[in-house]
Design a protein around this ligand. Structure first.
Ligand SMILES: NC(=O)c1ccc[n+]([C@@H]2O[C@H](COP(=O)([O-])OP(=O)(O)OC[C@H]3O[C@@H](n4cnc5c(N)ncnc54)[C@H](O)[C@@H]3O)[C@@H](O)[C@H]2O)c1
Length: 381
């Protein structure tokens, strides 16, 4: 093997942990973003490990097999589901297919990690919810942003009371997406940026504000969006009111020219009664006030770039995917069926209702109550 660098000086080294005795076998469906999870599992996790991969594309299978030849590969999802060593199915297929793939996994007796957005239609939300209740299987929504270093630090500080009571939340995800339409044509026509992109900031709003009662949103299509003939807007502004009256805002723009020095593509601002904090992606800064008003910048980029980005130029999500897989496998191994974890199936369905409420608000030019949609899906409000 060629002698490529295995470790980037200055960053924390990746040490593959010893496998936990009860480590969960994971079958990965969809081997583009799913390949990232495969690698993350094999290099960064102890409580979960990859056993199988599935994709319709021989090229994607070939690439994964090149790195991990010992795993089982197939283009037939049913063959992956039939394996006893697959305990968790991790789903990374196009958005519109998540619903049917989750249902098939639940019916086969598997627990599920599903990337964001968990589903992108009311019909799928209803079916997934019903099947989840009937089969009792567990699901974690792979909301990667929550598991990225600055957002973890921000959460820990929030839980330690450092910003006090959060009074307002402001989150965005802005990213120019021509490369994505070229790579994944389905993104232009078979989903909506409300689900594909806004799933990140809307989940963050829900995480800090709790259940959302009402949504008022506006959307339009950018020049880039018109060029790729998007079926839906790619610029969105979403205002929300939480059930307890607190307010928040999310926005997204997927045709913008990025200006990361001014604004990172994902940012989360928490305004609390004791302080303010901000977490950023793709830079790894966590910025916050201290009790006497001093501004502190915690910059984890050089320490964490190998773990999170796999030292690729703009490599993505290795660390976040490892963090959530390890977290979910830990919950399953602990074996307490009543244990709380987040975002679970119910929260994922509720966040879907929030996204769908925003989509409807734009389409119907009205404020939408999230409860309207939760009733349709079968969730008590
Ligand atoms: N931050 C994140 O967590 C993050 C980042 C990027 C993408 N995603 C999500 O991951 C999902 C996949 O995105 P992507 O960029 O990898 O898309 P992609 O188009 O590059 O890859 C999807 C893969 O699924 C395979 N596939 C489709 N149908 C299949 C089937 N029935 N059986 C087996 N394989 C099948 C395709 O061949 C393809 O390789 C999307 O839902 C996207 O929203 C999440």
């Amino acid at each position: 093997m060629a002698n490529f660098m295995k470790h980037i000086p200055g960053s924390n080294p990746i040490e593959t942990p010893t496998r936990h005795a009860a480590s969960k076998g994971v079958g990965v469906l969809g081997l583009h973003e799913g390949r990232t999870l495969l690698l993350a599992l094999q290099t960064r996790c102890s409580k979960a490990h990859a056993v199988a991969g599935c994709d319709l594309s021989a090229e994607k299978i070939g690439a994964a097999r090149g790195e991990y030849p010992e795993l089982f590969y197939t283009s037939d999802y049913a063959a992956l589901l039939a394996r006893d060593d697959v305990e968790i199915v991790a789903i990374y297929t196009p958005d519109a297919l998540h619903g049917e793939h989750i249902v098939q996994a639940f019916e086969a007796g598997k627990d599920v990690i599903c990337t964001k957005p968990m589903v992108n239609s009311l019909a799928d939300a209803r079916l997934v919810w019903e099947t989840g209740l009937r089969t009792g299987r567990r699901l974690l929504v792979g909301q990667s942003t929550r598991f990225f270093e600055p957002f973890r630090r921000q959460r820990r500080a929030f839980e330690a009371g450092e910003v006090g009571a959060v009074e307002m939340v402001d989150a965005h995800y802005v990213h120019r997406m021509d490369w994505y339409y070229e790579k994944s044509a389905w993104a232009a026509r078979e989903t909506d940026w409300i689900f594909l992109g806004l799933s990140h900031p809307l989940d963050l709003l829900r995480w800090y504000l709790g259940p959302i009662a009402e949504v008022s949103a506006f959307g339009q299509t950018s020049a880039l969006g018109r060029k790729y003939e998007l079926a839906h807007p790619d610029i969105y502004v979403v205002n929300v009111v939480a059930a307890d009256g607190r307010v928040g805002r999310a926005f997204g723009h997927y045709g913008a020219h990025e200006l990361p020095r001014a604004r990172n593509c994902i940012e989360l601002m928490l305004y609390g009664d004791q302080g303010t904090s901000q977490a950023q992606y793709h830079d790894m800064r966590y910025v916050h006030t201290t009790a006497d008003g001093t501004e502190v910048v915690e910059d984890h980029l050089y320490a964490g770039r190998h773990y999170y980005f796999n030292s690729e130029v703009h490599g993505m999500h290795y660390g976040e995917f490892a963090n959530y897989a390890e977290y979910f496998a830990g919950v399953l191994i602990a074996g307490d069926d009543d244990a709380e974890y987040s975002p679970n199936l119910r929260e994922g369905i509720e966040t879907f209702c929030l996204m769908e409420a925003a989509r409807l608000s734009v389409a119907e030019k009205r404020m939408v109550a999230v409860g309207e949609l939760m009733s349709v899906v079968g969730l008590e409000v």
